[in-house]
Ligand binder design. Structure first.
Ligand SMILES: Cc1cc2nc3c(=O)[nH]c(=O)nc-3n(C[C@H](O)[C@H](O)[C@H](O)COP(=O)(O)O)c2cc1C
Length: 279
């Protein structure tokens, strides 16, 4: 199986890479679009080559084609190509080198400010603005839009990696990007051409049996499925020269201590400062 071009794999090979050979689900219908989705990999090393003219606009058209709650369109995106600005964001986001390397960095915003301005211009108080629901809708909208952009980018042979670390210092990120009140950078996205040799294999996921529940939630075979997935992730890490680890240790390390949140434990306060009341 040629894992360097996962988009060209057969259905069985693509599913085997995503789940491991022992957990291939009985998937039915299949096409090239689904093959592309299954071939996704985050890439953490970029050539500096610029993107072809109009790429940004194409990606944003894909992003804006995502569903958006009640067509409220409560998201925006800031495209960053200025090296100094990318460096400033990288510094606020755990010094991740790919933020500086990539030719295009997109900061995805939950944005209720535009509709707030609309209300002010129309002389109407928008009573729902201070509610947690409104922030959640904006964050969901931003995520759906961004994922459309990711899929579009990958279909063009580009690579991406999301940057959740942009939430480590949201108030400072807002200053760097000149964000108005009522906007928050919910995550970033590096886009560009992968450096040779940086692409890992497709990262296996949990077996469908633990994430797909039929008619009611059930966690009966979770323990044995986790053990099997741990073995698979350990082998994946070794093959890809990553710090060898199981999924269990990954979850415990990432969710066991507040320190692992890298400042995001203060997110509620940051959101208040950025104009989200979260009632
Ligand atoms: C919202 C979000 C934030 C993420 N933040 C980061 C990040 O800050 N740095 C990073 O290297 N990867 C980040 N990732 C990438 C994940 O680590 C990656 O998707 C996961 O390990 C699965 O690997 P894959 O995307 O190659 O399948 C993020 C992913 C998501 C969805």
């Amino acid at each position: 199986m040629d894992i360097s071009h996962p988009g060209s794999l057969s259905q069985t090979d693509a599913l085997a890479l995503r789940y491991g050979p022992d957990a291939i689900p009985d998937a039915g219908p299949w096409n090239d679009h689904i093959a592309l989705l299954l071939s996704h990999r985050s890439i953490r090393g970029y050539r500096t080559d610029p993107l072809p003219p109009g790429t940004l606009e194409t990606l944003i058209a894909a992003a804006q084609s995502a569903a958006t709650s009640s067509n409220l369109q409560t998201w925006s995106v800031v495209a960053v190509t200025d090296p100094a600005k990318k460096a400033a964001i990288a510094k606020l986001a755990n010094n991740q080198k790919h933020i500086e390397q990539c030719p295009l960095f997109l900061a995805w915003l939950a944005d209720i400010s535009r509709n707030q301005r609309l209300g002010a211009e129309e002389g109407v108080t928008l009573e729902v603005m201070p509610y947690l629901e409104t922030f959640l809708v904006a964050a969901i909208d931003a995520a759906l839009a961004a994922q459309n952009a990711v899929t579009a980018a990958e279909s063009l042979g580009l690579s991406t990696v999301y940057i959740g670390a942009m939430r480590n210092n949201p108030v400072q990120v807002a200053e760097v990007l000149g964000l108005p009140a009522g906007t928050m950078g919910v995550f970033g996205l590096c886009i560009g051409y992968a450096l040779p040799g940086v692409a890992n294999e497709v990262k296996p996921r949990l077996p469908q049996s633990v994430v797909l529940h039929r008619e009611h939630y059930g966690a009966a075979d979770e323990r044995s499925a986790r053990a099997a997935y741990d073995a698979q992730m350990a082998a994946f890490s070794q093959r890809n020269e990553l710090t060898q680890d199981t999924w269990t240790r990954r979850v415990l390390g990432r969710m066991g201590k507040v320190a692992a949140l890298s400042g995001r434990d203060r997110l509620a306060a940051a959101l208040h400062a950025l104009g989200f009341e979260l009632k």
